[in-house]
Design a protein. Structure first.
Length: 135
């Protein structure tokens, strides 16, 4: 969720999204799947992110407005996604163009590892970026 919040914060006035998006050219990204899984719309979360400045306030809002009963299942589903699973759904060249860090990774690598590596490459100066799963 922190990664999703960072991506959405970049959409606000003055933010710079760059390649950091909650969707992909191929369809919904992991952030969208996460939001759908907890029953929170992108619009509502984006509005809340724009209203507050502290991560704790966003977390409190999510605890009150999200359906967290299926978080364990959502986490497992998101953790289980591997490069090879995604390659079954989208064209290989497009995948590697969108996720260049995956080029040198085994196809059995979890997609979260791809995202972590993409973040490391994209945000070398900001080493604190560490995507986490809502617990």
């Amino acid at each position: 969720m922190p990664r999703t919040i960072d991506k959405m914060r970049a959409q606000l006035s003055g933010g710079k999204t760059g390649a950091y998006s909650i969707t992909t050219p191929f369809g919904p990204g992991l952030s969208i799947l996460l939001l759908e899984g907890i029953g929170v719309t992108e619009e509502h979360l984006l509005q809340r992110i724009g209203e507050v400045s502290a991560e704790d306030e966003i977390a409190d809002w999510l605890r009150k407005h999200a359906d967290l009963s299926s978080v364990a299942d959502i986490n497992e589903r998101l953790r289980s996604q591997r490069i090879e699973d995604v390659l079954r759904l989208i064209p290989t060249p497009g995948f590697y163009k969108f996720y260049p860090a995956a080029v040198n990774m085994p196809k059995t690598s979890p997609m979260f590892e791809v995202l972590l590596e993409d973040d490391r490459v994209m945000f070398r100066k900001h080493s604190r970026v560490r995507p986490q799963i809502v617990k």
